[in-house]
Ligand binder design. Sequence first.
Ligand code: ZN
Length: 476
Amino acid sequence: MPKKFYITTPIYYTNQAPHIGTAYTTVAADVLARYHRKLGEDVFFLTGTDEHGENIAQAAEKAGKSPQEFVDEIAKKFKVAWTKLNIQYDDFIRTTDEKHKKGVEKFLLKLKESGKIYQDDYKALYCSGCEDFIFKKDLVNGKCPHHKKEPELVSEKNFFFKLSDFLPQVKELIEKDKIIIEPKERKKEVLSLLKQDLGNLSISRQKVKWGIDLPFDKKQKTYVWVEALQNYITAIGYEDNTNKFKKLWPADLHLIAKDIVKFHAIFWPALLLATGLKLPKKIFVHGFFTVNGQKMSKTLGNVIDPIYLADKYGTDALRYFLLREISFGQDGDFSIKRFEERYNSDLANGLGNLVSRVLTLSEKIKPAKSSSQGELTEKIKSTQEKYQKAMEQIKLHEALESIWQLISACDEYIEKNKPWELAKTDENKFKQVLSELLITLKEITGLLEPFMPETSEKILKQIKQNKKTEAMFPRL
Ligand SMILES: [Zn+2]
């Protein structure tokens, strides 16, 4: 039986349409899913939308819609965007789905059975932007640093999960890499978070109206974060304990952004331990990016629409740029200027030009069948090794870098051998040079496929037809 690979993105919050940040995570997950499919693994790739909570209810009201209408529209926008970006997910979970609600109910009842739930009055500062309680020490000038607004003092009856009972075990699991957290600096960050007093976790909200009923007290709604995390199990049949669930769980990889590490690396494992479920194997945390050096925000008006970029520059160009420009796992900056520079240098002059040169030459004379060993053979082998290592380590930028080194090697090979002269003087040598270039180009398309599936297919088709049929990446 092939190895299974269950990969997830976070479910995206439906208070706004998809932007370049959510596109970034999703494209990365898609690349990894495609890569593992190519390895012959049984891949399940899950993404979706997080649709409950006070923020959504408020946004819906502002838009003059019911919360359900509102989230239906936003969820649709996400699906349209992912189609545009050529995202091949296996399921798109919505937290308003019936299977999710039923799964959450089952999970919460299990949690109650575990004896780790208690009721208490809760008084704390609450940021409606974060939909989370916030500690005084985390405020900046009395305001939430993320939302720049003052939190409100909330007092209500809540149900709590005895998080603290599980923290020593979670800490040990992370220390021993039973749950792998990458990059390493994020693991460190989680371990230092675990040294602080995290308190217990409130799992319900009395005031919130748009959410999933708490099964053991219908006057309360489940805290949106607690139910959102369960999407990773409800999507794959947790409710009925289906064969699918038994086969796929635990997740092999949760891909997340750095602002939600605490929820995924601490709360989620603790909740799973309490309910006797297996733990995710790996959590990979990528960085944030700024836009032209500034934080992306609605108020600054610099939120970038990925559909606009894909329409203007092409889906594959966007997929390439997102994963090439920023070291995956680190913070970075997005700018149209850099995008256009990379487009011209890497895609138009690099890949596009190589394809065009090789195919123009090969139209002249039918190349010889593959020669076994050539000057580029070693280079192909070392590229494959670098590429595989980078993909396994989720260093997606390095994987792309290795492909472009091979492209450069081809360019040098062409300059050195001057096949356009050989065509006139030495037909045999010409055929041999060309055949080696075609072999290498084919190899390049294989390595590129997870990142730029359409481009890879187009190049392969032209190689098969031995004909340059379309211009690729015309210069901007
Ligand atoms: Zn906040």
